[in-house]
Design a protein around this ligand. Structure first.
Ligand code: 0RA
Length: 634
């Protein structure tokens, strides 16, 4: 944590350069000028308020998206200083807003915890906004300055308000000269603010979007403890969450974890409030401490006998839900997408902090400890059984891609980039698809019907399932940690199910399988969902297909007379003949397919466990809510 008593004044702020550079090369500062970069602007400003909260001076942040596409961020912190800055001769506020690298807080004195652009955030946002203003409430006065494309439009205006309240309000309008489409996405923002609220214990974040008249307030008393509880909502858990928070020489380590009765691991790691998708040193430290503490306790409590071997890391992570959040002075984000924390010292810091805290917790909660270790032992036995089963299948030639599944009707084209694999519900529709397809590049794999729910089955069971094996072998790229996208035999995998509730269920089962066993297939944008039509409307020789009730009704209502009119409803793929299926659903020239994307891994994890886990109610809710959504954001 930064030292809360530390005072900053204008003198702490270093001046480097003007903002022309930012307008010339915006991507250097915000990554891109597409949707991502646009949302980055909001995060930069909110991050500054989060920092003020982390320093202990602010507990409320509000964000409003205006009908004009503007953003207002308000906090109840101390207010940005407005005293005169020695080097620029301007106010600290104006200096912070109009010069690059004018971030006082990023000097060695303290650190910016929420990541971002090292304190240059506000200036970058200013440079990329066609209009901006900041209002600071301090010392019973209101100070206000207006900017345009990074330049002050007038002096800092001060008026007395006599109020005790302090804080900062920032308003900006993203520059349409910079951004291709300056439209904010409600869900993207909402998810990020929720995450920020989880990661900053005790903060109230109010978010409202006046364009759609929706608003949310987030407050999580327990911080990441609440995060873990939320991830486990609707799952059967074994104990109350374990939680620890520790400051090791200026580095904050916060960890919450809780086991459930599933077989999956859901661990989310963060450094300075930024998701570290590819883990890093903090995650490595976490894992080794977890394995070590559980094994040590298991030996001491004689749950593991002398002759037993230790639980492996994997065994200790079955059914684990964990959130690891570290905050450090100079985070190094590594890897192609900067998704991995590189600071070497974090491994030891997290390892010893968690080791100590978890060992004490296990001593204090012997019943919980026993349940967790027994779960690990069961996992170990199952893994051993799975290994044997796997050796056996490998011996028999299963998962050897020279032996393709018998039901697969392959295509003739050799280049995987143009090859498509259609997973078709049921043998009858499979037959139609085989006849209707373009056999040069479209392969068909008919599925029996319902595939196994992998959310409720161990990997060995899943692999014994015929359809699942067929899908894995047909794709030829392995699964789980051994998945290798370079070996994919098809770069497009298209799920084709009936347009009814059963079809939706089968589709969800398949999505769950891909999400758990081949997430790279989704990340790599290889997975699609076919869109078969719901209606065929014929009037004389004119035949039209409709994909929704609404479109069909709109068309019918425009018709002047109904003579020779024939409206047919298609319930299943099997009701179409091969040429109809080709024409409406398979022909790349006219079909529409939905790309499956997972924009938010935290949400997706919960959605899949909601959908496919033990509890029935949430699943119903989801299927009903998402049944005919246009874009499948799982
Ligand atoms: C440095 C010093 C002080 C406040 C802030 C930064 C500050 C910045 C932002 C940005 C958004 N909201 C903010 N709130 C506070 C205060 C120094 C003092 O009062 O001693």
């Amino acid at each position: 944590m930064p030292d809360a008593k530390q005072k900053y004044t204008a003198a702490d702020i270093q001046v480097l350069e003007g903002l022309e550079a930012v307008r010339r090369r915006p991507s250097m500062y915000i990554g891109s000028t597409d949707e991502r970069g646009l949302h980055h602007l909001v995060y930069e400003i909110v991050d500054n308020s989060i920092d003020e909260a982390m320093a202990g001076f602010c507990d409320r942040i509000s964000i409003v998206i205006g009908t004009d596409g503007s953003v207002t961020v308000s906090d109840n912190g101390r207010g940005i200083p407005v005293d005169k800055h020695k080097r620029t001769g301007k106010s600290a506020l104006e200096t912070v807003m109009t010069y690059l690298h004018a971030g006082g807080k990023f000097d060695s004195q303290a650190y910016k915890v929420s990541g971002g652009l090292h304190g240059v955030g506000a200036a970058v946002v200013n440079a990329l906004s066609s209009e901006m203003w900041v209002e600071v409430r301090r010392n019973g006065k209101t100070h206000r300055q207006v900017y345009e494309r990074g330049k002050a439009k007038g002096p800092l205006k001060t008026s007395s308000n006599g109020a005790k309240e302090t804080g900062t309000t920032t308003w900006f309008l993203p520059d349409h000269e910079i951004f291709d489409d300056p439209t904010f996405d409600f869900n993207t923002l909402m998810q990020r603010f929720r995450e920020m609220a989880f990661l900053t214990k005790g903060i109230w974040i109010e978010f409202s979007d006046e364009r759609v008249d929706r608003s949310f307030t987030y407050y999580f008393e327990g911080g990441i403890r609440s995060f873990v509880a939320r991830l486990n909502k609707d799952r059967h858990t074994y104990h109350e969450p374990f939680y620890m928070e520790r400051n090791v020489e200026g580095t904050m380590v916060e960890i919450a974890l809780q086991y459930n009765d599933s077989f999956n691991e859901s661990t989310f790691s963060f450094a300075n409030c930024i998701r570290t998708i590819d883990g890093g040193t903090h995650l490595t430290g976490f894992r080794s401490a977890l394995t070590r503490a559980l094994n040590e306790y298991a030996r001491k409590a004689k749950i593991l006998k002398d002759a037993d071997s230790n639980l492996s890391g994997e065994d200790t992570r079955e059914g684990l839900v964990a959130v690891i959040s570290v905050k450090l002075a100079e985070p190094q984000f590594e890897g192609q997408t900067k998704g991995r924390l590189g600071n070497a010292e974090l491994k030891g810091i997290v390892e010893s902090a968690l080791g100590e805290a978890l060992s004490s917790w296990l001593e204090e909660h012997p019943q919980d400890a026993r349940k967790i270790i027994e779960k690990g032992l069961t996992a170990a036995r199952a893994r051993e059984a799975a290994r044997k089963a796997r050796d056996l299948v490998i011996k028999k030639g299963f998962l050897d891609d020279s032996v393709l599944p018998g039901k697969l009707a392959d295509c003739s084209e050799r280049n995987p980039e143009v090859r498509e694999l259609h997973l078709v519900e049921g043998p009858s529709a499979g037959g139609t698809a085989k006849e209707g397809r373009d056999r040069r590049f479209q392969a068909i794999l008919p599925l029996r019907g319902k595939i196994l729910n992998v959310e409720k089955a161990r990997p060995d069971k899943a692999l014994a399932h015929e359809d699942i094996r067929a899908v894995i072998t047909a794709l030829g790229a392995g699964f789980g940690e051994d998945f290798n996208a370079e070996k994919l035999r098809y770069h497009r995998v298209i799920i084709m199910t009936d347009a009814d509730v059963d079809g939706a269920h089968i589709r969800t089962l398949l999505l769950t399988f891909f999400f758990r066993y081949m997430p790279e297939l989704i990340d790599g944008r290889h997975l699609y969902i076919a869109q078969p039509p719901l209606f065929r409307v014929q009037k004389g020789k004119d035949v039209r297909w409709f994909f929704s009730d609404k479109d069909k009704d709109a068309y019918l209502s425009k018709l002047k007379e109904t003579r020779g009119l024939m409206v047919q409803r298609y319930k299943g793929l099997g009701e179409m003949n091969p040429s109809q299926l080709w024409e409406t659903t398979m022909d790349p020239e006219i079909r529409t397919v939905l790309e499956v994307t997972v924009p938010d891994a935290v949400e997706a994890d919960r959605v899949f466990s909601d959908l496919m886990g033990e509890e029935v109610a949430p699943r119903k809710r989801f299927i009903q809510a998402h049944y005919d959504r246009a874009k499948l954001d799982v």
